[in-house]
Design a binder for this molecule. Sequence first.
Ligand SMILES: Nc1nc2c(c(=O)[nH]1)N[C@H]1C(S)=C(S)[C@@H](COP(=O)(O)OP(=O)(O)OC[C@H]3O[C@@H](n4cnc5c(=O)[nH]c(N)nc54)[C@H](O)[C@@H]3O)O[C@H]1N2
Ligand SMILES: Nc1nc2c(c(=O)[nH]1)N[C@H]1C(S)=C(S)[C@@H](COP(=O)(O)OP(=O)(O)OC[C@H]3O[C@@H](n4cnc5c(=O)[nH]c(N)nc54)[C@H](O)[C@@H]3O)O[C@H]1N2
Ligand SMILES: [Mo]
Length: 759
Amino acid sequence: MASKPPAGDPVQDAPQVAEPQHAAAGLPAIGHTLRMARQQMGVRRTAQTLLQVNQKDGFDCPGCAWPEGDKRHVAEFCENGAKAVAEEATLRRVTPDFFAAHTLADLANRSGYWLGQQGRITQPMYLAEDAERYEAVTWDRAFSIIAEELGALSSPDEALFYTSGRTSNEAAFLLQLFAREFGTNNLPDCSNMCHESSGSALNETIGIGKGSVSLEDLHQADLIIVAGQNPGTNHPRMLSALEKAKGSGARIVSVNPLPEAGLERFKNPQTPRGMIKGVPLTDLFLQIRIGGDQALFRLLNKLVLETDGAVDTDFVREHTHGFEEFAAAARAADWDDTLAATGLGREEIERALTMVLESKRIIVCWAMGLTQHKHSVATIREVVNFLLLRGNIGRPGAGVCPVRGHSNVQGDRTMGIFERPSQAFLDALEREFGFAPPRHHGFDVVRSIEALRDGRAKVFFAMGGNFVGATPDTEVTEAAMRKARLTVHVSTKLNRSHAVTGRRALILPTLGRTDKDVQAGGRQVVTVEDSMGMVHASRGNLPPASPHLLSEPAIVARMARAVLGPASTTPWEEFEKDYGTIRDRIARVVPGFEDFNEKIARPGGFTLPHGPRDERRFPTTTGKANFTAAPVEYPEVPEGRLLLQTLRSHDQYNTTIYGLDDRYRGIKGGRRVVLVHPEDARALGLADGAYADLVSEWKDGVERRAPGFRVVHYPTARGCAAAYYPETNVLVPLDSTADTSNTPASKSVIVRLEQSPTA
Ligand SMILES: Nc1nc2c(c(=O)[nH]1)N[C@H]1C(S)=C(S)[C@@H](COP(=O)(O)OP(=O)(O)OC[C@H]3O[C@@H](n4cnc5c(=O)[nH]c(N)nc54)[C@H](O)[C@@H]3O)O[C@H]1N2
Ligand SMILES: Nc1nc2c(c(=O)[nH]1)N[C@H]1C(S)=C(S)[C@@H](COP(=O)(O)OP(=O)(O)OC[C@H]3O[C@@H](n4cnc5c(=O)[nH]c(N)nc54)[C@H](O)[C@@H]3O)O[C@H]1N2
Ligand SMILES: [Mo]
């Protein structure tokens, strides 16, 4: 299997390489922001939108899920947030004329970058069976096509309802309600590929799958460990919080195979001093081998256990379970094994230990560098062990901080977008809506692809996202998708999933965060939940991209009426008219949302309850915080092979490509690059500037190949390599997933590099 860059693309991928940078943000970031925003939106709209981002009466930034502080700056956005806004608020349009001019084959031959650059989709479009192109369709006809195909299934479990994490709470609640009334728990979501490992590990150990810290906690911490995360690109506003923490005396340890510019030094564009000089953020950089984190935390735990007075014995006695078994496993940790697993030196680990022992309040932040490996759940459990040992949970300045991706991915899960809902949630739905929801588990993302591949699923519906672009094993996934009878995408902009479709396909264009949402009941607001469990309102203020768009809640409500018919007693029409009526139901179904409508009327919203954070109450099966004692694992890489992580450049939002540069890493004008340590590259006979095919090796013996990557000699950890997603998703085998969470292991792919003549 080989995946080539699309041939029909006018944009040339020709990377130029300079030295990586050592600081993030500052003046150049502002210049980039405004230039890109003006290109997409023009001068007036740029001013109109950017000043509304993350303000208390404005809209929630469709970028990342990092929270807003209480005192907001007039420009409460970052370079990459502004790019996300500009992408959505663009003045470019994809009209029916566009689809008349571009056949499906043509679209399938374009890059994701090109597709995204065409602009906002303006009308519902339909691809009939065997048709060469999409044609405009009315909304009524679109819903009747969905009703026809769903009605023809032999079981509701042959339908899949995917959600990406930009969807509002209101739309997410309606979608899961509709799916369950229709009869299935097949509600895969982007979280399955993202923080599922965090949710799995945290649910089991502390009883709630969410982070336990607030922004205030970060500001008060003595030590912040940032592991497997690149905030300078993916959560730029987090740098301000780290800067503030440092100002109050915190120290920062970065654990990463790559030296990431944002963690080295931050130039805060909101302060004059910051803009010029910047502040160094990282005190200790542990350049770990990919997948070495569990071993690192296990050894630190052993060393803490062996230090007199280092363990918070009161906390351990009163609030935890399983200490003895864990301590026995930790005491068995071995220096040599750890040094081999991590690639670190003994002195570095000892320095980290000293910092840990000197710190009363510790926070560990992490993202995809910890969640996308085979042993991710065990790794995050070890992080929890580490925090529990010294009582670093449920008190100020301490705790777990999984930093979420999509702006409402956490909220979507709270609203019930989950293929394995709790019985308590289903009971509450049943009580409130008077139907019997299905009780058996549904399919997650990987199982959905398998079901499509094996003909067990036939209709695929997506509330946002780019399923075929974001999922692993691109060729397998695309073939699976093409077997579907109907694929439906509720989207703002074009992407690969509109070009690789089932036998029939629909594109349903929708309002984005920045668009004004007016329904029969007046102007609507929606709500979102950030990475720290704060729920607040979001109000778009721009005239919608086209008069034909429907909001996400309206689309679900109308689909539900067309599919379920008069048999459904759910007031779908009311819901569409006035989202306040949806929130009234959420208030009665989801704990923590009592008086929802009143609470979001307050500026800044409200914080959801969190047992471990608020009162050291751990709603686990043991009623305590659980220590765990999994065997230590780390990837073993055969001779002559490298361990590849697939990650984000500075100019993309997941599969949405903003541009071809990765400024902080010194890459310009191209994305097909592979970053390799100079000595590893030399050992493989690959000069800087040589071209190579990336070939993944997996136990099924199938060859997965991504051709034509420019080799860049780069200071990554030894034995490791890095290349961008989604170009490399073709290399990630569908069944290479994390234990328990089933998240694709897209940060540990064993590859060989085969020299190729050129790009
Ligand atoms: N601008 C922008 N913002 C975004 C996104 C975007 O694409 N663009 N995506 C959003 C989403 S959905 C998400 S989930 C987040 C993603 O945010 P991140 O997780 O920061 O994103 P990645 O680029 O996947 O970076 C993973 C980081 O982990 C490191 N890493 C890889 N493997 C390991 C390992 O084994 N151990 C350790 N310690 N580190 C490792 C990598 O070097 C890299 O620094 O960002 C969100 N925000
Ligand atoms: N190899 C590899 N694969 C990965 C990852 C990785 O690190 N490596 N990361 C994984 C992670 S963390 C994630 S979260 C997933 C992301 O997976 P997805 O969330 O499915 O992908 P996105 O690229 O974020 O989706 C972009 C599309 O969303 C649509 N969209 C944007 N805004 C809106 C809106 O307001 N409403 C609607 N209805 N649609 C909208 C647009 O049409 C746009 O093209 O990818 C995963 N895949
Ligand atoms: Mo994500």
